[in-house]
Design a protein. Structure first.
Lengths: 168, 442
C-alpha cells in the first residue's frame, strides 16, 4: 500500500470544485466542463479502472447539502474509480442540469464504462456526448420515457397478464 | 403471426448488431474489441480497422435469447465468416424487472428481499453488500459473531456458486457427469442454507444490523461435513477435467484476454485474476474479518478459458480453508446488533410486552429511518466486484439504490473474447464469463 495517503483530490489537479470525505470515502465534485479533464488526470495518476458509473435523480432534493462551490442540479453522475496499485477508491460527482442533460463520455478513457453509460442513458435519459453506441440497453428499443427518473411513477404500465387496469 | 410481424415484435432496433456498412467505425471497434487493444498512447484511427470480408460472405446470426449455453435470456448476435466469429454483441434486458426502482419503494428492512433476487446463484453476497451499505450510513457496529456468521455463509455460498459453475460449464462442454456431480455438491450446501435460513435460495438472511437468526444447533458438524467432503470431490473433478485431452483442447488458448484489456474493460473476479492480475477485494480491501483469516488469491497466467476454470476450481479449495477457519474462530455472543432502532425485540418479549409488540410492528411496517448521506460498498462476489451505491435522504426508504453487478460489467468483455474464435468455442467462452442474467438485467 505505497503512498495511499496521497489524496485523490491532489492527483486530480485544479479542476476539482470541492473534495470531501463521507464515511471515510473520498468524494470529488467536478464541474461538467472540466469533468473529462479531471477524470483523465485521475486515470493518468493510477486510477486505472472505472469500477462503476451511475446516475441519480435528485428531483425531490434539489436543495440538498453540497459543498458551497457546487451548484445543485437535478441529475448527478457518480463515477467510482479504483486504483488497483494503491488500493484506493475515489468517487467523482458531476452535476447535470435538467434542461441540458449532456455529459462527455468516458469511453475513450475507460472502454469499460460503455455499458454503464448506456444504462444511465436508458434509465435516466442522460446523453453521453461521443458515446459510440448510444442506444437503450435494458429497456425495449421502443420504450417511452426513462423509468428510473423520479417523475416516472410506479405502476404506470399496465401489467400484461391482468385485464388492463389502465394508469393507476 | 406472419414472419414480418414476428421480426417487428421481437426486434430491438439499433441495439442489435447492424450490417457492416451501417455500423459506424467506432461501434465496429467495440464489436471487434479493437479500440481497447491498442497500446496506450496510440490514437485510435477508425480507418485502421481491417474489414477483411465482404458483407455478402458473412452472415449475422442470433445465439439466444433462448439457448442452453447462454445461462438465461442472454442474446448474442454474431457475424460469422464460415465458423469464425468476426464481430459480436451481447443484447441484454430480457429479464429486466426494474429492481433498482423497486428498491426505492421498499424500506431498508424489506430491501434485502429485493437485492437477494438479483444474483440468484450467490444471494448472500447481494444481501451482504446491501447490509454493509445500510450499516455504514447508520453508523452501527455489528457484533463479532454476526461478522463471522456472514463470512461463513458467504464463503459457503461462493463454494456453491463455483460448484454450480463447474456443473453448467461441464454441461456446455458436454461433460454430463460434471453437471450431475456439481448439482450434487451444491445440494449439500443448499440443504445447510435451508436449515439455517429457512430457504434454499433468496434467503433474506443477512439483514442490516446482523443476521436474521443464529446458526442452528449442531451447525459445526454440518459445516465440517461439507468442508470435509468438498475438497475430495474437487480433487476428483481435477482428475476428471484438468488433464483430460478433450477438455484441454476445448479450453486452452480459447477466449484470451490480456491483463491490460481486462482492467480497461472493468472486468473483475475470475476473469481479471485469470489474466494474471492478483486483485481480490477480500485481500486487497478487506471487509468483514477477512484480514484475520489466511487464504491465497488464485491467479492465472494466460487469461484463457482454461485459466478461468482453474481459478474457480482452486477458489473452491481456498473457500473451504476460510470456512474451516470460521468454524474454529467463531466467537460467542449476539448474532445481531442490540440497537433498538434497527433490531426487532426477541420473539419471547412480544408475548409479554405491549411495547415490544408495537416496536416489532413498527420496524416491520414503517421500517427505520436512515440518516441522509451516500455510500458505496463493495464485496468480492463469486463473479467479481459487487457494489452497492446507496443514497439515503433521511426517510425509511432508500432514495437511490444502485447495484454494480459484476456480470453486467463482465459481459462487455465478450466481443474481444469471442473475436476470431470458432462458434463452438463461443459456447466455452460465454460459459467461462459466468454471467447470471438476474444480475445483468436487474
Amino acid at each position: 500500500m505505497a503512498n495511499a495517503t496521497t489524496s485523490a483530490a491532489e492527483l486530480a489537479g485544479d479542476g476539482v470544485l470541492a473534495a470531501t470525505s463521507t464515511l471515510g470515502q473520498e468524494v470529488i465534485h467536478v464541474a461538467r466542463e472540466r469533468y473529462l479533464e479531471v477524470v483523465a488526470a485521475l486515470r493518468g495518476s493510477g486510477f486505472e479502472m472505472c469500477a462503476d458509473l451511475c446516475a441519480v435523480d435528485y428531483l425531490r432534493h434539489l436543495d440538498r447539502p453540497l459543498p458551497g462551490t457546487v451548484t445543485p442540479e437535478r441529475f448527478e453522475i457518480v463515477v467510482n474509480l479504483l486504483s488497483l496499485e494503491r488500493h484506493q477508491r475515489v468517487r467523482v460527482r458531476v452535476q447535470v442540469p435538467e434542461d441540458d442533460p449532456v455529459v462527455p463520455t468516458l469511453f475513450h478513457l475507460y472502454p469499460g464504462s460503455e455499458n454503464m453509460e448506456r444504462e444511465a442513458f436508458d434509465l435516466y435519459g442522460l446523453r453521453f456526448e461521443g458515446h459510440p453506441d448510444h442506444t437503450r440497453i435494458l429497456m425495449p428499443d421502443d420504450w417511452e420515457g426513462h423509468p428510473l427518473r423520479k417523475d416516472y411513477s410506479v405502476g404506470r404500465v399496465p401489467v400484461q397478464f391482468k385485464e388492463a387496469p389502465g394508469p393507476r | 403471426m406472419s414472419d414480418e410481424n414476428l421480426v417487428a415484435e421481437t426486434s430491438e432496433g439499433p441495439q442489435e448488431l447492424q450490417d457492416l456498412d451501417e455500423t459506424s467505425s467506432e461501434e465496429l471497434a467495440i464489436e471487434q474489441g479493437t479500440a481497447v487493444r491498442l497500446p496506450e498512447g496510440l490514437v485510435f484511427d477508425p480507418g485502421d480497422i481491417d474489414v477483411e470480408f465482404g458483407a455478402d460472405e458473412t452472415m449475422i446470426i442470433n445465439m439466444g435469447p433462448q439457448h442452453p449455453s447462454t445461462h438465461g435470456v442472454l442474446r448474442i448476435m454474431m457475424e460469422l465468416e464460415g465458423e469464425t466469429v468476426l464481430r459480436s454483441k451481447p443484447i441484454i434486458g430480457y429479464l429486466h424487472t426494474g429492481m433498482e426502482k423497486t428498491g426505492e419503494q421498499l424500506t431498508y428492512v424489506q430491501g434485502a428481499t429485493n437485492v437477494t433476487r438479483m444474483d440468484y446463484l450467490s444471494p448472500l453476497h447481494n444481501e451482504l453488500v446491501f447490509a454493509l451499505a445500510v450499516e455504514a450510513l447508520l453508523g452501527i457496529e455489528i457484533p463479532p459473531r454476526a461478522t463471522w456468521i456472514r463470512m461463513l455463509m458467504t464463503e459457503l455460498n461462493r463454494i456453491s456458486s463455483h460448484v454450480m459453475w463447474m456443473a453448467t460449464n461441464g454441461m456446455d462442454l458436454a461433460s454430463t457427469s460434471m453437471m450431475i456431480y456439481g448439482f450434487r455438491d451444491r445440494e449439500m450446501i443448499l440443504t445447510f442454507f435451508e436449515k439455517t435460513t429457512g430457504l434454499r435460495m433468496n434467503h433474506d438472511y443477512i439483514r442490516p444490523g446482523g443476521v436474521a437468526a443464529d446458526l442452528p444447533d449442531g451447525w459445526e458438524d454440518d459445516v465440517m461435513a461439507i468442508v470435509d467432503t468438498i475438497p475430495g470431490r474437487v480433487d476428483e473433478y481435477d482428475d476428471m477435467l484438468t488433464g483430460q485431452p478433450i477438455f484441454k483442447q476445448r479450453t486452452e488458448g480459447v477466449g484470451l484476454i490480456s491483463p491490460e484489456l481486462a482492467i480497461a474493460m472493468s472486468a473483475t473476479g475470475p476473469i481479471l485474476r485469470a489474466s494474471g492480475v492478483a486483485w481480490d477485494l477480500r485481500r486487497d480491501m478487506p471487509y468483514l474479518a477477512y484480514d484475520e483469516v489466511d487464504f491465497d488469491v488464485i491467479v492465472g497466467t494466460v487469461g484463457d478459458t482454461y485459466d478461468r476454470y482453474a481459478v474457480r476450481l482452486n477458489e473452491i479449495r481456498e473457500s473451504c480453508k476460510i470456512v474451516r477457519q470460521c468454524v474454529e474462530m467463531m466467537p460467542r455472543g449476539d448474532y445481531r446488533a442490540q440497537d433498538k432502532k434497527v433490531t426487532p425485540p426477541p420473539r419471547a418479549r412480544i408475548d409479554e410486552s405491549m411495547e415490544a409488540l408495537i416496536h416489532h410492528f413498527k420496524i416491520f411496517t414503517r421500517g427505520f429511518e436512515v440518516p441522509a448521506g451516500e455510500v458505496y460498498t463493495a464485496v468480492e462476489s463469486p463473479r467479481g466486484e459487487l457494489g452497492c451505491y446507496l443514497v439515503a435522504d433521511g426517510s425509511a426508504k432508500p432514495y437511490r439504490m444502485h447495484i454494480r453487478g459484476p456480470s453486467f460489467v463482465n459481459l462487455q468483455s465478450l466481443p474481444p473474447l469471442l473475436r476470431g474464435g470458432l462458434i463452438a468455442d463461443a459456447i466455452a467462452v460465454i460459459s467461462s464469463v459466468d454471467p447470471v442474467m438476474g444480475e445483468v438485467d436487474r
